[in-house]
Write a protein that binds this ligand. Structure first.
Ligand code: 5RP
Length: 230
């Protein structure tokens, strides 16, 4: 059982530490989620002290929050190379393979991670795991969610179409697509599964991030401070 207030303290520690890794003039990828929001809170304070950065948001939610923080924004098309991206994760394994997408933003997050020279993952200790075993969020074209679900079952997955909190309809991503959360039990080979899922016609992006480990730093925050893993 995760202690929610201790978890929030850890997220803030990690977010603040990552924001302190940002240098003047950088183009900064801004992920999605509660831990990244702490990083933006700290970036806002540094901007008030004179820091100049350009943020590349990964979701409408992040863009709105970033504007509220006074972070100047641009797009990936304006800045196809990002100095440093800060993002959260749902699970992180010892080799820095990630599961992302609880916030349904994994498509933009993967594009930003790909474009970034370095990726800083901010997390509380509950996100660290020896083996990835959480459901994998898969963004899928609405015109193909039924065949994709059908196929996922044939490869041993347990797919569930993600619905809103009131269960009155599917979650629709910022890109106008649906999300399937697919359980695979313990994932033996995350890279192979990432490649496999990404190759299914109708799949836009899967939430396995397995190709960024070489440029990834993981900042894990708890009530005692931060551990920086690289
Ligand atoms: C959104 C994500 C988030 O980064 C991930 O869900 C972690 O969120 P939080 O920092 O709120 O725990 O992948 O698509």
């Amino acid at each position: 059982m995760v202690d929610a207030s201790a978890q929030a303290v850890g997220k803030r520690e990690a977010g603040y530490r990552a924001a302190d890794m940002v240098a003047d003039g950088m183009v900064v990828g801004l992920g999605t989620g509660s831990t990244v929001f702490f990083a933006m809170e700290r970036l806002a304070a540094r901007i008030r002290e004179g820091l100049v950065i350009t943020g590349i948001p990964t979701s409408f939610q992040t863009a709105i929050r970033a504007r509220g923080c006074g972070i100047p924004l641009a797009t990936l098309n304006d800045y196809p190379v990002i100095d440093l991206a800060i993002d959260g994760a749902d699970q992180v394994d010892p080799g820095f393979a990630l599961i992302k997408g609880r916030g349904a933003a994994q498509t933009q997050e993967k594009c930003v991670a790909f474009a970034a020279k370095s990726l800083v993952i901010v997390a509380d200790p509950s996100k660290l795991t020896r083996k990835l075993d959480a459901v994998v969020p898969i963004e899928v074209l609405s015109s193909a969610y039924v065949p994709v679900i059908r196929y996922l079952k044939t490869i041993g997955g347990v797919p569930v179409l993600r619905e809103g909190i009131k269960k009155d309809g599917p979650v629709i991503t910022d890109n106008g697509n649906m999300v399937i959360d697919c359980g695979f039990g313990t994932i033996g080979d995350p890279t192979a599964l990432d490649i496999h899922l990404s190759s299914i016609p109708g799949v836009v992006t899967c939430g396995l991030f397995t190709t960024f480990a070489d440029k990834t730093t993981v900042v894990v925050g708890d009530s005692n401070g931060c551990q920086v893993l690289s």
